[in-house]
Design a protein around this ligand. Structure first.
Ligand code: B4P
Length: 192
């Protein structure tokens, strides 16, 4: 991990409940700021798609709307960051940390966090977006029962993370259009 520590690149954590629009905003951030985007959910889904034994166990956890073990996500992230570090301007870490211990371990072993973006959306809006996405996503966790569980997991484990990072956190109300939300995101990132 020493090449990562030596590079001293900015690290932005992107947080919010399931369906808050993290993925959508991250695409826009990458276009404008050129950061390296790593989504913990995408890394986990890639592992599942690889057909490995570990992937099968992960799929079962994600299907239930629970959090996968902390070491698995940290390993996947560190591996992906190491592959990109030589050409990176900074890392946009999407969907991580989902619990405080993840943040503590990341900062202790990889790099300190520069800024946190938190997309705040009422539960009923997130449910509506995810049910809409379910029509085409094919994701094992885009169904009514798992969405309820993911929301409960978010409130119990992930919401306290926002409090932990309150000194570095930009809270953005994310119920308007993607472009209007991105205007707020730019204010937060231009200030780095
Ligand atoms: P994720 O992949 O992070 O799934 P997500 O919370 O649904 O976010 P995603 O980025 O896909 O959706 P978005 O809000 O952008 O996690 C899936 C699972 O993986 C977790 O439940 C957990 O099991 C596991 N996992 C992931 N990270 C983990 C970690 N760190 N530790 C442990 N376990 C972990 O968008 C949702 C929808 O809203 C989209 O369809 C989009 O088009 C729409 N949308 C976006 N912006 C909108 C807007 N402004 N208006 C209307 N619709 C909008």
């Amino acid at each position: 991990l020493s090449p990562l520590r030596a590079a001293k690149l900015p690290v932005i954590f992107v947080l919010g409940g399931p369906g808050c629009g993290k993925g959508t905003q991250c695409e826009k951030i990458v276009q404008k700021y050129g950061y390296t985007h790593l989504s913990s959910g995408d890394l986990l889904r890639d592992e599942v798609a690889s057909g490995s034994q570990r992937g099968k166990a992960l799929n079962a956890i994600m299907e239930k709307g629970d959090l996968v073990p902390l070491e698995v996500v940290l390993d996947l992230l560190a591996e992906a960051m190491l592959k990109k570090v030589s050409s990176s301007k900074g890392f946009l870490i999407d969907g991580y940390p989902r619990e405080q211990a993840q943040g503590v371990q990341f900062e202790n072993s990889i790099l300190p966090c520069t800024k946190v973006l938190y997309f705040e959306v009422p539960d009923e809006v997130m449910v509506e977006r995810l049910l809409n996405r379910a029509k085409t996503s094919g994701r094992v966790d885009d169904n009514e029962e798992t969405i309820k569980k993911r929301l409960a997991t978010f409130h119990k484990h992930s919401e306290p993370v926002i409090d932990y990072y309150k000194g570095k956190c930009a809270r953005i109300v994310a119920t308007s259009s993607p472009d209007a939300i991105f205007a707020e995101v730019q204010k937060a990132l231009d200030a780095i």
